[in-house]
Design a protein. Sequence first.
Length: 247
Amino acid sequence: MFIQRCRDQLHIVLAMSPIGDAFRSRLRKFPSLVNCCTIDWFQSWPEDALEAVAQKFLEETDMTDEERRSCIDICKYFHVSTQQVSKRFLAELDRHNYVTPTSYLELINTFKTLLEKRRSALLSAKTRYEVGLEKLENAASQVGKMQKTLESLQPQLVEMDKKVDETLVIVEKEKTEAVRQEQIVRVDEEKANEQKAQADQIKAECDLELEAAMPAFKKATEALNTISKPFRFVLSFFFETIYLHRT
């Protein structure tokens, strides 16, 4: 019967908030809202209604009964205290501050949204913390395995150190020997250079003597040409032997 009466008689329902200048401006622009409409002014909710509404909105929120009871009391206290402060604000400054049931519902929804955000942030931080702990445990396990491997390889490392020390001693000896051989070679090289210098000096003196003797040799050769062939051969052999002996 109620639904049928609504279908027959109800035409339009406008729900407007009296807060701010928008409602007064609409009334001035559209006077029919006052003249041709039946205005129902909803009174503020009593405390038991506030408590019941908060209980209904928070019943699906994941929390303990004690926490839910505290949240309901806090929401109710915020709304009621705001109404009292609004009355004092009107009495002292002659200005209205409307505290409607809608603002109470917005308060509860805002609380639920903030609670969900904080829980998501804490859950994310917890997940990161657990993942970090797991990685640290894995790292500690890997470090332990590496430590055991190092301990097992320690004798081999000691043996390798000994071999390296022995090799270094041998290399040092070979290096010292190489330096000594290099010094000997350097001394021999200096001696060889001195002997080469002496040989070059002797060769230069021989070249000078040979150059001085060449005119006489040429004259002897020319004189040899005038002698008979057998005697020329003997003289030629004699001078060549002398030349070879000088060089």
